[in-house]
Design a protein around this ligand. Structure first.
Ligand SMILES: [Fe+2]
Length: 312
């Protein structure tokens, strides 16, 4: 059959406990702690999707990709052979590393995440009082925002074109949209993107993204995160042009950005999607406050490049 999604990520950080506290506040549910100090966290609908492990400096250690059956692994193994890439294969998983993004990928036979349809709340519009005589249900929400699932990761690649080739020709990702010489938006599911490869002078994790129900949950989630920690705010609220999603980016204590997002484009039929090449500012966003320079180029990049990165 095919690849069906980004199942999990392993985040490496210097201080596992401090960063774990952040992601618990972000709305993920702690589910375990291994003897080597790794912590695991679940989303509301995707099961265990985040592992936090100790590493000398912040980085994305691994991504997990779900596949339907052994035929998918056979096809990937044959394609990786053609590329001359070395990999490890067992009956139900295959692990390989893209040398350009330094990203380790484990493709594993796994069940698809089944999401119940989120309730569509009525909204008023000009000449369309669909919520007549009532307040917006969103303003009555008091529950903690809990991401439904992991959506995508964005990483720096030393050679974006070569990484795109590796992920498409080797693993079977599809190209959704591109920003020439800067970024490739790739998918391994019906999401607009699950992996965004950015041309960069070093390998680093730019952000992870977590799906919530709607724009109100993006706003409520981020507002709660910055209420007592304004330093966590990075960029938002806005709407991306590529992928169309509402976004708000926050920063974890190790320096990784985490995004609440809603209303991302979905591609159910490949032949009905026209991949586009986007240039200029729209490659970054459609509307919202202008992105701070530290979003484009995170403050710790120079330190990461010289290996002198301090954990706090
Ligand atoms: Fe994103």
């Amino acid at each position: 059959m095919s690849l069906h999604g980004l199942t999990s990520i392993t985040l490496g950080v210097p201080d596992v406990e401090v960063v774990s506290g952040y992601y618990e506040e972000f709305g993920l549910t702690p589910t375990g702690r291994s003897p080597d100090g790794r912590r695991t966290f679940a989303t509301a609908e995707g099961g265990d999707q985040l592992t936090i492990a100790e590493a000398p400096h912040r980085r994305l250690l691994e991504i997990g990709v779900g596949a339907d059956d052994p035929d998918d692994l056979d096809r990937i193994a044959a394609n990786l052979d053609k590329l001359g890439a070395e990999f490890n294969r067992s009956a139900d998983e295959l692990t390989v590393r893209d040398p350009h993004s330094a990203l380790r990928v484990t493709v594993k036979i796994a069940p698809r995440i089944v999401q119940p349809a989120a309730k569509q709340e009525p909204t008023n519009g000009p000449g369309r009082p669909d919520r007549a005589n009532g307040r917006a249900p969103a303003i009555e929400r008091t529950n903690k925002v809990r991401p439904r699932r992991l959506g995508h990761v964005v990483v720096g690649s030393l050679d974006q074109e070569a990484s795109q080739h590796f992920f498409t020709q080797g693993l079977g990702f599809k190209v959704t949209d591109r920003v020439p010489s800067l970024a490739s938006f790739l998918r391994c599911s019906t999401d607009h993107h699950n992996l965004l490869l950015q041309q960069a002078p070093l390998n680093f994790l730019h952000h992870t993204a977590w799906e919530v129900d709607d724009v109100d949950e993006v706003g409520r989630g981020a507002s709660a995160m910055i209420e007592e920690h304004p330093e966590r705010h990075v960029w938002g609220l806005g709407r991306h042009h590529i992928g169309s999603n509402f976004f708000w980016y926050l920063k974890d204590p190790a320096g990784n950005f985490s995004e609440y997002y809603a209303d991302l484009d979905c591609i159910l039929e490949d032949q009905l999607w026209d991949p586009s090449v986007v240039d200029g500012a729209r490659g970054i966003y459609n509307w919202g406050p202008p992105p701070p320079p530290s979003f484009i180029k995170p403050d710790d990049l120079a330190a990461l490049m010289t290996g002198a990165h301090s954990p706090r």
